[in-house]
Design a protein around this ligand. Sequence first.
Ligand SMILES: Cc1cc2nc3c(=O)[nH]c(=O)nc-3n(C[C@H](O)[C@H](O)[C@H](O)COP(=O)(O)O)c2cc1C
Length: 336
Amino acid sequence: MSEHKEDAVTGASFMKELKQEKDPSSPWPGPKGMIPVTSGKADDANVHNRAYLDNILVEMRVIDAVKPDLTTEIFGKKYASPLTLAALSHLNKVLDDKSRKPMQEKAAAAKKMRVLNWIGMETDEEYAEIVAEGAETVRIIKPFADHQKILDEIKFAEDHGAVAVGIDIDHVAGTNGDYDVVDGIPLGPITEEDLRRYVNSTKLPFVAKGVLSVRDALKAWKAGCKAIVVSHHHGRIPFGLPPLKVLPDIEKALQGTNMTIFVDGSLMSGYDAYKALALGADAVLIGRGILPELLDDGEKGVEDKLQKMNEELSQLMLYTGVKDTESFDPSVLHFN
Ligand SMILES: Cc1cc2nc3c(=O)[nH]c(=O)nc-3n(C[C@H](O)[C@H](O)[C@H](O)COP(=O)(O)O)c2cc1C
């Protein structure tokens, strides 16, 4: 097993030693440039995520408190926890040991732990192999410039049992100021009308992933989306607002709409997840919080980390008198 190091600024833990590391100076074990690595500088939104999270303190409400029930309903289905496994991608390509399939291992862990799994950019063939593990899955499709490709992937996901589909609308821009290109495939802009077209093309709930303003949340709702992920996709936008900072305003703006609100962004522990849930999220996505464990120890590593995070979440719920995932109360939080 390789050692982890904790990034003091971003809170992310990363692999210290990996035989397959492509760039010795980078914490990311995959090919260079594939995933933006946290710089620790002020324009790195992950820095602000961590600072914001760590400055939220929690008061105690123990009298009459009982051990909480973590069961969470998402899109009409019951899961064991509000922690879900984030839309990761490309991981089957990053290890030297090609007999291992981290994307399948992550899906197997989700199934075993009875949590929702998200799958990001993969070919339809790879996606089909991952969902064959049997986890309940949300399929997130890139904002491809070729809109027919988006419609085809939505249909494919629907045919392969996805519980919901969506687009990571925050991945339109590349770092060169133009539309991004991923794996040689051009991405393009997404209008409210485009979103409406995708929503209407499927019977599945549609998710706009990468909402970081009340404005976009309302546009996603008007377009017919059933859910949003409040997120900046591990810091795609320079100086991005911490998702937790804008979450309460979004939650207020969407009251009465029945929209499901997910949030992600540097949630590395069950304590971080508690804060996100108390601030108005229905469920949270955990990405980099399980990434080193996944790459190190596969399915078991993810299960153990998730178990630990569930325990931390449960601990804070018990300390604050939150009996179930419907009963979070933001008034226990104090901003330092
Ligand atoms: C290796 C890796 C691959 C990712 N691929 C995708 C993707 O294909 N689609 C997507 O919507 N998000 C993708 N993400 C973003 C995550 O879903 C998530 O929004 C982001 O990492 C923030 O959560 P975190 O701080 O818990 O990691 C990826 C993240 C990582 C680390």
